[in-house]
Ligand binder design. Sequence first.
Ligand code: MG
Length: 391
Amino acid sequence: MPAIASVEAFIVVVPRDVPYLGPLRAGETINTRGYFIRRGNRSAYPATDTSVLVKVTTACGCVGWGESYAIVAPGAVAEIVTDLLGPLCIGRDARDPIPLHEDLYDTMRVRGFVSGYFVDALAGLDIAVWDAAARLAGLPLCRLLGGQRHASLPAYVSGLPRETLAARVDLARDWQAKGFDAVKFAAAVAEEGEEAEMAALRRALGPGMRIACDMHWKHTALAATRLIDRMHAHDLWFAEAPVAPEDIEGQREVAAKARTSVALGEEWRTAFEYRPRLIGRCMDIIQPEMAHTGVTEFMKIGRMAEAFHCRVIPHASIGIGIFQAASLQASVALQNCDGHEYQHSIFDRNLRFVTGDMACADGAYRLPSGPGLGVAPSEEVWRYARQHHPA
Ligand code: MG
């Protein structure tokens, strides 16, 4: 039996010149830990690209890699992996990722750790075990998940990290010229307002381009509904995260009243968090984030959404490319998946950190070939990574 012999965690911190979502605005400063608050959505962001890698090695020498969401306080995620979850995996069969995930999730539910950093740590570990399981089977992960439903995945360009609306419009035009037919802009940095940004983009890009708005949880249900209506006049593709993530009733109200598709879910980690929103018809599109869910929950969420006739367009967060590959492998296995977010300012610069032929060009992702995830950390990443040992 290919028993798990070791589990290791590595914190990766890659400096970047321009923060994710674009330059700092007036009044925004980076603190001593490298974080700053975007005033537009009151959220903490890192000035670096930060994540946690998880390495699982079996007694027979098979290695699987995973990556967790850990863009702030990555030490918390790494500590949960090395102190708690990793040691519980030793001796377990790497070909049993789902039973292992179930058992690890169960260890903390009586304490209420059913989301947050605990599940993020579990997600990275889960991806690593699935990678090892698929490599042991000699199959690409998508085949182990039931088969490759989609040959490629349409990619939408997410975020236009420029300082002014005119520069963001120019950047969207550049992407259109490169063969991308869908783009999403971010309310947190749309100083002139979402409606003005939407109108300017539509004018510049023409009727064939799909344009979505990430509303960044900023509004009340009533204000969101009115704003979506005004953007609908410019043929809005979907409205993402219109109200506070805790406001299930508000989510339901917006989805019921809006004439545009509502997309939700990047901040939820388990099927239990999606379930009441699916029952409540709070959205038309779900956006699971692989670095929060891991493969096991991602597939459970995706299949559950299918039963509610809900579409899947996964989220893409900050990482070096390991969870991105896992997300592509899982996405191509889901019938109800219509495409995938493309964070060009992260994906393109970090592609040097993974081996393999994963790519995004001409409006679509290319699934990395080969067994497992099809990617592994490259030599280059070790310039920015350090192993985390239990405190
Ligand atoms: Mg978003």
